[in-house]
Design a protein around this ligand. Structure first.
Ligand SMILES: [Fe+2]
Ligand SMILES: [Fe+2]
Length: 137
């Protein structure tokens, strides 16, 4: 079962960035499916490794696009990336020490909020600014 399909609300129009975001959406869908089907801990086996790898590679790629531009939100945007990385590292260790025992609603909620708030919000505004120089309030 899918949590959400890829849609225009998520699209930044930057191919590499959209490809990364699709990867993250795929992980959210995978987790949602595991929750809905009542899968056990093994369903999360590689998920945290991939989330951690995503945070490392995707944020670098995205920050390289806006650093050095006149994008006015660099500090706040990078801060949100740092918060995601801290959260992933924390959730990953809680998974490995047994505090997160299986497909977790907490993790699902965090990913859902990230997709709507950061990707459909901050990332989208950022790509609009870089493409058109549109400044928002
Ligand atoms: Fe992003
Ligand atoms: Fe971002």
């Amino acid at each position: 079962m899918q949590f959400m399909n890829w849609n225009d609300r998520l699209s930044t129009g930057v191919a590499d960035i959209d490809a990364d975001h699709k990867r993250l959406l795929g992980m959210a869908n995978e987790l949602f499916d595991a929750i809905m089907s009542g899968s056990g801990k093994e369903a999360l086996g590689s998920l945290f490794d991939r989330l951690s790898e995503y945070a490392e590679t995707h944020f670098k790629r995205e920050e390289a696009l806006f650093e050095g531009s006149n994008y006015p939100d660099v500090a706040r945007h990078k801060q949100e990336h740092r918060q995601f990385t801290l959260w992933v590292n924390d959730a990953r260790s809680r998974f490995h020490n047994g505090a997160i025992a299986g497909p977790s609603l907490e993790v699902m909620d965090y990913l859902k909020d990230w997709l709507f708030d950061h990707i459909a919000g901050r990332d989208k505004q950022c790509s609009r600014y870089l493409a058109k120089g549109v400044v928002w309030a």
